[in-house]
Design a protein around this ligand. Structure first.
Ligand code: COA
Length: 158
């Protein structure tokens, strides 16, 4: 079967009919690939970090207008979703190393993440790494988090 009938069936399933103009699709594009860094020491995994390249629409959502213009309109942005180190390995540079490796692998000019407001080891680390506060962020019914932004200085625009 050619692409035509399949496409027509899909369009009918969405309430569209042949000849109707395609609907505007405003959904932000989801990430295609996730980059995961795992730190090992003494033969065991002691920390992880992961993130992905994404569009400003996808990552900032409704907060996008409030974001600094350079980051708001960039085509070189990554979101870091998680950074975690085993408790017994805190304060030894593992988190910093994972972050460095992740940023190097993502190769974007901007990196962003969400952090709990207030003082915490994570927040101190992000301050230390050069992240700047970019605004309050709430996902659904979740708590209000701090959106943080880092300009990496990466030369490569993706
Ligand atoms: C946040 C977290 C990942 C940090 O990991 P970590 O391995 O302790 O981080 P580091 O050791 O690299 O940095 C912590 C501090 O130790 C210092 N440090 C100590 N020894 C170090 C060394 N040998 N090399 C580099 N930094 C060292 C760092 O400078 C840093 O100081 P700072 O707080 O003034 O910035 C860790 O605390 C954690 O997993 N927390 C729970 C999960 C969490 O909150 N994740 C973040 C979600 S938003």
């Amino acid at each position: 079967m050619g692409r035509g009938p399949r496409r027509a069936r899909r369009r009918r399933a969405r309430g569209l009919h042949p000849g109707d103009p395609a609907p505007p699709d405003h959904r932000p594009r989801p990430p295609r690939r996730v980059t995961l860094i795992v730190a090992y020491a003494a033969g065991q995994a002691v920390g992880i970090g992961y993130g992905f390249r994404c569009t400003p629409d996808y990552w900032f959502g409704d907060l996008r207008p409030a974001i600094t213009a350079q980051a708001r309109d960039t085509d070189s942005l990554a979101g870091i979703c998680e950074l975690a180190v085993r408790t017994g390995w805190h304060g030894q540079g593992v988190g910093t190393s994972i972050h460095t490796a992740l940023v190097a692998a993502l190769r974007t000019q901007w990196v962003s993440l969400l952090a709990m407001p207030g003082d915490s080891p994570a927040r101190r680390l992000y301050d230390h790494l050069g992240y700047q506060y970019a605004g309050p962020y709430r996902a659904g019914d979740g708590p209000v988090l701090d959106l943080l932004l880092l300009r990496t200085g990466a030369a490569t625009v993706v």
